[in-house]
Design a protein around this ligand. Structure first.
Ligand code: ZN
Ligand code: FE
Length: 240
């Protein structure tokens, strides 16, 4: 499959996913319709599928307009069905969604929101993880508990190490700076901070990341228990 980042708002990535064999195209978390429709049209792709990871407006705000313009079918978390505009197919853990011959498995990853889900295309080694895991970071706990998020991150980290992780925000520089402060003696984190600083200074995206890189440098995967995780998450909430 072909995956294209559509930048939106200040730091969101809306992902267009094209399956060349069938011509089907998905958009993951269309917070805004106009840039998504323009990006698809520029490539001659017809959007058939909307995949929402959670209800936040920067992820669902364009659902109705994309659906109206394309007739796309909307998939999203069953646990947030009443807050996903235009939802056609509510999904829960281990449900499956197809895009042409490609199939994604749904992984429930509560924490940022209670119903948050991720989409894992095992055949392509790709997962869309919304606001759960970020490059060197994780989402804020708006609705869930530290226990839930700790477990959700561990589930994503347990995917095959070459799995590409498509997160929904470009937060990596701030995450890397926090990681370097939290683990000042860690060489892998220090090295990745340098790489991220260079990429951002040159205006290059740092997403997608992959499972191997996150296992090696994501500070939230260093937490040995829920308590350590909760303390780290709280420290990041106040990090500038
Ligand atoms: Zn969110
Ligand atoms: Fe978001």
């Amino acid at each position: 499959m072909e995956i294209v980042a559509v930048p939106a708002f200040s730091d969101n990535y809306l992902w267009l996913v094209y399956d060349p064999a069938s011509g089907e195209t998905a958009v993951v978390d269309p917070g805004d319709a106009a840039p998504v429709l323009a990006a698809a049209e520029a490539r001659g792709w017809r959007i058939t599928t909307i995949l929402n990871t959670h209800w936040h407006p920067d992820h669902t705000g364009g659902n109705l307009a994309v659906k109206a313009a394309t007739g796309a079918i909307v998939y999203g978390p069953a646990g947030e069905a009443d807050r996903i505009p235009g939802l056609d197919h509510p999904l829960g853990d281990s449900d499956r969604v197809s895009l042409g011959a490609q199939e994604a498995e749904v992984i429930a990853v509560p924490g940022h929101t209670l119903g948050h889900i991720a989409y894992w295309f095992a055949g392509d080694g790709v997962a869309f993880v919304g606001d759960t895991m970020f490059a060197m970071g994780c989402g804020r706990l708006f609705e869930g508990t530290p226990e839930q998020m700790h477990k959700s991150l561990r589930r994503l980290a347990a995917l095959p190490e070459e799995t590409a992780l498509y997160c929904a925000h470009e937060y990596t520089l701030s995450n890397a700076r926090f990681a370097a402060q939290a683990f000042p003696d860690d060489l892998a984190i220090a090295e990745r901070l340098t790489v991220v600083e260079e990429a951002r200074a040159a205006g290059r995206p740092t997403v997608p990341t992959d499972v191997a890189a996150e296992r090696a440098t994501n500070p939230f995967l260093r937490a040995r228990d829920v308590d350590e995780f909760a303390k780290l998450r709280l420290a990041k909430d106040h990090f500038r």
